[in-house]
Design a binder for this molecule. Structure first.
Ligand SMILES: [Zn+2]
Length: 215
């Protein structure tokens, strides 16, 4: 039995005269993983699926599968540091094609693709590599693409208080391409738009034009 990781965003405020620089610590409360129990459960699953776990070829498979899932389900905590926007940069910041992989919570099969992340700065800016870290953080775990997209956008907005945030995810779901309808190559696109990216059509249009995506 598993419980969904809950997301906790805590503002660790530093004392000082400056008004609350938001260093957002991303740490999700996850139930500790019992690798030994997971290994046994994979062995039982393989047996129930008619596989010969006594064979030499499969002898170490349960342990490897358990370790692989443990890795995919464990988000690494990190601190999302932002900086004052001293130069008053007020144009769109856009990072395209950030690769990610996650696990579909309905089939335990991977979905993978790219994320495009944009924001319109106000008082704070963020190191560009941290944008990719946010994607990776929320991708670890059992997910659906819609929720993952929303979580990334909400997190960026909480850290940056930007004038606008836009997140688009494009992904191929192996549960769609390997089984069922076998729609190989089909990509699912989801978006989360906040602030001016939601309310101001020209701002939204600029984001989609620069990502090369159709609206
Ligand atoms: Zn699925």
């Amino acid at each position: 039995m598993t419980t969904m990781p809950r997301t906790a965003l805590t503002n660790t405020r530093e004392p000082g005269p400056v008004a609350d620089p938001p260093h957002l610590r991303l740490a999700r409360a996850v139930t500790p993983i019992d690798l030994e129990a997971a290994t046994g459960a994979v062995r039982a699953l393989l047996t129930a699926l008619g596989q010969d776990v006594g064979s030499e070829h499969l002898s170490d498979t349960p342990r490897r599968v358990a370790a692989a899932y443990a890795e995919l389900l464990t988000p690494e905590p990190f601190v999302l540091t932002t900086f004052p926007n001293d130069d008053r940069y007020d144009e769109l910041v856009l990072v395209r094609d950030v690769p990610f992989r996650s696990l579909c919570e309905h089939h335990l099969l991977p979905f993978h693709g790219v994320a495009h992340l944009g924001y319109l700065p106000d008082q704070r800016i963020v190191g560009l590599s941290k944008l990719a870290r946010v994607v990776e953080h929320y991708a670890r775990g059992l997910q659906v693409q819609e929720r993952l997209t929303q979580q990334i956008a909400t997190c960026l907005q909480r850290a940056l208080h930007a004038k606008g945030v836009a997140v688009v995810l494009e992904a191929e779901h192996l549960c769609m391409s390997l089984r069922g309808v076998r729609a190989a190559g089909a990509r699912t696109t989801t978006s989360a738009l906040l602030g001016l990216h939601r309310e101001h059509p020209p701002t939204r249009a600029e984001f989609f034009a620069l990502t090369g995506l159709r609206q």
